[in-house]
Write a protein that binds this ligand. Structure first.
Ligand code: GLP
Length: 251
């Protein structure tokens, strides 16, 4: 069952979600963390950095796997997710870069890269906690609405609405890559724990659908309702529709 935690605002959400990841790292210093990009987790990463600087968190034994990467971008491109992770987390903490993993956007052979990344995930022996944001259309990682849930790592054609939504980070919409490699929904569902963060009114409708609506690949995040240990931490704005239409979901 989905546990939904209501935060007052983005700062509160970031602290609450960071505390959940911090507890994981404290309890199991060699945890495998599944990490996410996008604007939603940035505050949470800042809190983890603070925890490291305060001497409360040690990442020296932590291993990480990221959800996704744009196809065609090199890690030194400032729009790549490899670059994002380095800037927003890795370079500020004592993680061994050799223990961090992302799909390789520069590998042109999609079949080869998906198989390689699945093997990486397999070699980790299970993700302890997978962090997720949510796209406006319900995508998790880059698993877009589709006729079926994906299993393993796949190469996706991004929806026009996702390209549009993500164009805010690029100079022009034409610069947004049209494809991405993403961990599959099956791999996300195999994580021992899932933590989804969402903020702002723009996410209110999709959070309601993901948490309370039918479980359908048309809303990829809705499958989290079937996960045995999934937590959604959202601010009041992102919970607006849910609070109106299904307040009983807030447990
Ligand atoms: C991108 C990422 C997702 C992320 C989503 C939402 O498409 N691939 O992992 O959840 O954006 O981004 P934001 O948190 O900026 O709303």
């Amino acid at each position: 069952m989905l546990k939904i935690i209501k935060a007052k605002d983005y700062a509160d959400l970031s602290r609450k979600a960071a505390n959940i990841i911090a507890a994981q790292v404290i309890l199991k210093p060699d945890s495998v963390l599944g990490l996410a990009t996008g604007s939603s987790p940035i505050g949470l990463y800042k809190e983890l950095i603070k925890g490291y600087e305060a001497g409360d968190l040690d990442f020296s034994k932590v291993r990480t796997v990221n959800l996704d990467e744009y196809r065609g971008l090199t890690p030194d491109n400032d729009q790549s997710y490899a670059y994002f992770m380095n800037e927003n987390l890795f370079k500020h903490i004592n993680i061994d870069k050799a223990n961090t993993n992302l799909p390789d956007g520069t590998e042109p052979d999609a079949e080869k890269e998906c198989a390689r990344y699945d093997a990486v995930l397999e070699s980790m022996g299970g993700i302890d906690i997978q962090l997720l944001g949510i796209g406006l259309n319900g995508h998790i990682g880059f698993n877009e609405p589709a006729a079926a849930f994906t299993k393993g790592t796949n190469c996706v054609d991004l929806k026009a609405s996702t390209i549009e939504a993500n164009s805010r980070f690029f100079a022009t919409i034409d610069d947004v890559p049209k494809q991405a490699y993403t961990m599959g929904i099956g791999s996300i569902m195999k994580s021992k724990k899932v933590l989804l963060v969402a903020n702002g009114e723009g996410k209110a409708e999709i959070i309601y659908k993901a948490c309370c609506g039918p479980i359908t690949p048309e809303v990829p995040a809705s499958i989290l309702q079937l996960h045995p240990d999934a937590v959604v931490v959202a601010d009041e704005a992102a919970l607006k529709v849910l609070m109106e239409k299904c307040p009983e979901a807030l447990n």
